[in-house]
Write a new protein. Structure first.
Length: 429
């Protein structure tokens, strides 16, 4: 169990950190203030502020986020009558704002707020010491900080460092950088795997059967090694992976196969794929066949090439799976943190190469899934960016927030449904 937990945290943590670092670095380069870089979700365990960004580690290791200035309503609401304590520099400018009653700042001035503007004019107006005869207007330093409800100190967000103030190109690159980093991570990990393994077994790129498990569905149907499946479930197939794509979604459902024997004869078969009991493929259909012979790629450039080709091959498989999900939706075709945990359990005992390969596959999955044009995902943000480019001006912030909130609500409902379905699949049934 300890090995599974360590593997899960490593795999999930790595792909999330790399994804969020993409957003982070391109936001910084685009002049956008990154207020918080969080690893994990929920209550904070640790925080450290440097160069305008607060870095936090949070309790639940199931994600992370980059909080950029101007994205949504992330500011503390400062209302008239609210008690504040202000820290001033030697020039009389406010450098720290504390609306948190639980935290006491040394050398601070207590103020009852009258009015403030922390975006454009940068000032705070209030009654000093709560005395209504001592109304005072304090200039606020551009990089002043504010203490939030959970005690985290973050920088205020003047308009010039907000997300919407950056150029459209910089905003698009910031939104795309997360998925881009996941693709880069996948290429890097698959390349490392190739070098660690000393070479890569490359499967024959045909739909020829190399092995048939005894007493499997294929064996009982009379399929032999050397036979070639040329059609599955009414679709032409040319590679072994095409067979899996047609068979996997059809556990316990009858499908048709067109098989060409080594002699060139063709025969049509009706088979019912069995349901896999393996945790990482639970619920998927199986024929019990393996690919034809492989050869080993040992060259230096062949190993480098493997990182790119394997990432590309996994990307194609994910796009095909998405298409299949749209035409025949099932929660069993989706997986969340619970499924990743169970898969981590399977690979944790298989060595570092298996863990790295698993991480690479998940990384490219996360990259592509984040590019799906659903509001709340990076793909949804990019869609709004493209719409802005075509239209010549952005949507109003109110409309954009509303669209994003609807998307986030749908994603949360889907996540809850997927997680509950995974719990039932792996722990109840």
């Amino acid at each position: 169990m300890v090995g599974t937990i360590v593997t899960f945290i490593f795999v999930f943590g790595l792909i999330v950190i790399v994804h969020e670092f993409g957003h982070f670095i391109f936001a910084k380069r685009g002049g956008i203030l990154v207020r918080e870089f969080a690893i994990g979700m929920g209550p904070k365990l640790f925080h450290h502020r440097k160069n305008g960004t607060t870095y936090t580690i949070r309790m639940l290791p199931i994600g992370g986020y980059v909080r950029m200035a101007g994205e949504g309503d992330e500011d503390i609401e400062l209302a008239p009558g609210m008690p504040l304590s202000l820290v001033l520099d030697e020039n009389g400018q406010v450098v720290k704002i504390n609306p948190n009653k639980k935290i006491q700042l040394p050398n601070s001035i207590p103020v009852e707020l009258i009015d403030c503007d922390l975006v454009d004019d940068l000032y705070i107006k209030g009654y000093e010491m709560g005395d209504e005869t001592k109304e005072k207007r304090y200039p606020v330093f551009h990089d002043a900080t504010i203490i939030e409800e959970d005690g985290i100190e973050t920088q205020i967000a003047p308009r010039d460092v907000q997300f919407q103030s950056a150029s459209l190109g910089r905003r698009m690159m910031t939104n795309f950088a997360g998925p881009m980093n996941n693709f880069i991570l996948s290429i890097a990990l698959f390349t490392i795997v190739a070098f660690m393994a000393g070479g890569i077994n490359v499967t024959d790129k045909t739909s020829t059967i190399g092995s048939v498990q005894k007493d499997s569905v294929a064996d009982k149907a009379g399929i032999k090694p050397g036979d070639k499946i040329i059609e599955a479930n009414g679709h032409k197939v040319s590679q072994f992976t095409d067979i899996s794509e047609e068979v996997s979604p059809n556990a316990n459902k009858e499908i048709s196969l067109v098989v060409q024997t080594e002699k060139g004869d063709k025969k049509e078969l009706k088979v019912t794929p069995s349901e896999s009991t393996d945790d990482t493929r639970k619920g998927q259909g199986m024929l019990g066949v393996g690919p034809s012979s492989t050869f080993e790629e040992l060259s230096f450039f062949g190993k480098l090439k493997f990182g790119v080709t394997e990432t590309f091959a996994n990307s194609l498989n994910i796009f095909k799976a998405l298409g299949n999900l749209i035409t025949d939706f099932s929660l069993n075709k989706l997986g969340g943190p619970v499924m990743i945990f169970k898969a981590s359990e399977a690979v944790s005992n298989s060595g570092i190469i298996a863990v790295l390969s698993f991480t690479a596959i998940l990384s490219v999955n996360l990259g592509i899934m984040n590019l799906v044009p659903i509001p709340g995902l990076d793909g949804g943000k990019l869609t709004l960016n493209i719409f802005e480019g075509v239209r010549g001006k952005p949507l109003s912030q109110e409309k954009e927030v509303m669209i994003t909130m609807i998307g986030v609500g749908i994603l949360l409902l889907l996540m809850v449904a997927v997680t509950w379905n995974d719990i039932q699949r792996f722990f109840i049934n």
